[in-house]
Design a protein around this ligand. Structure first.
Ligand code: DGY
Length: 322
């Protein structure tokens, strides 16, 4: 029997490729520039499945792809894909939940610590040869993390891992804002579900972990920033457009809040003239929430398992349900 054919829009680790090869024939996109929409449509017309992590897909892309059964992304976020549009043409969308939760929570804690203790800012001073007696004077003191109040907006699995670290390691109080209550986090860590305004007003550190939807786009803007404490830190591990960056730049420039620590941005990669680059009170990382070797390999394998299952006509484990 002929093996199904799958398209890989980027390379995958050898172990993952060998798993795919056991079940499917494959082609890998090996050019530096991404395929154009027309090229992708043509490729997908001849594919049973596709791994499209760094691309996007909607109804228009797949509407003439009779063979196509699954589009897999090796990410947990799927805001660049339209699961409803794909489902109309019997194409599953799959993502990679669970395998990255601890790794992303680690990075978020790194951002919390860097932003609060000004690690990125002061690292740069040392590198630039500016370590003088003044570097350790009160104007450059940071903020404590231990025993402070953490506010999490979007309390899913990753949020709960952050809460675990906050409670067990840093004895923090935890507030959260989420559509549904998280009884386990409440019982285990004393986390308290509150309205958004209360969370903004009472938290020392506000962490964003909501998925990007119409409802969460620019969830944090001028008004919300004005409700935060002047000593507060804003951390974004969700998606850039959850924050109105223009409003955040204003708040950081006028010291309306203490600082921000950001892994995601409205435009990625961040343009070289972006105002964030000249602000001192920001920690910036290049969307690396899940970027450890072990976790990225686990994500690629999970995405491959979903891809192979779908291409073979089975229901993949991680079908995104809307
Ligand atoms: C995810 O998996 O969604 C991470 O943000 C990487 O894109």
């Amino acid at each position: 029997m002929n093996k199904p054919h799958v398209f890989l829009a980027q390379s995958v680790p050898d172990s993952v490729l060998s798993y795919i090869a056991d079940h499917c024939d494959y082609t890998i996109w090996d050019k530096d520039e991404k395929p154009t929409t027309e090229q992708l449509k043509e490729i997908l017309r001849h594919s049973d499945g596709a791994l499209l992590t760094s691309l996007s897909a909607d109804e228009e892309l797949v509407k003439n792809c009779e063979r196509l059964k699954v589009i897999s992304t090796a990410t947990v976020g799927y805001d660049r894909f339209d699961p409803i549009g794909l489902a109309k043409h019997n194409v599953y969308l799959t993502n990679t939940p669970y395998v990255l939760d601890e790794t992303v929570a680690d990075l978020l804690f790194g951002l919390i610590l860097s932003g609060s203790r000004r690690i990125a800012e002061l690292h740069k001073e040392v590198i630039d040869g500016n370590w003088t007696d003044k570097t350790t004077q009160p104007s450059l003191y940071g903020q404590d993390v231990y025993k402070k109040t953490l506010g999490i907006i979007g309390m899913g699995r990753i949020g709960e891992k952050v809460v675990h670290r906050a409670k067990e390691g840093f004895n923090m109080s935890v507030l959260y804002h989420n559509r549904s209550a998280r009884p386990e986090a409440e019982e285990r860590y004393g986390a308290k579900k509150v309205e958004l305004d209360t969370l903004l007003e009472e938290s020392d550190i506000v962490v964003l972990m909501v998925p990007l939807t119409e409802e969460t786009t620019h969830l944090i803007g001028k008004e919300e920033l004005s409700k935060m404490k002047q000593t507060a830190l804003l951390v974004n591990g969700a998606r850039g457009p959850v924050i109105d960056e223009k409003a955040l730049i204003e708040a950081l420039t006028t010291n309306e809040i203490f600082g921000a620590a950001l892994d995601v941005f409205e435009q990625e990669p961040l343009p070289s003239n972006h105002p964030f680059l000249s602000l001192k009170n920001v920690t910036l990382t290049p969307h690396i929430g899940s970027a450890t070797a072990a976790t990225r390999e686990a994500m690629a394998m999970r995405a491959a398992e979903n891809l192979v299952a779908g291409a073979l006509g089975k229901t993949p484990v991680d079908v995104v349900k809307k």
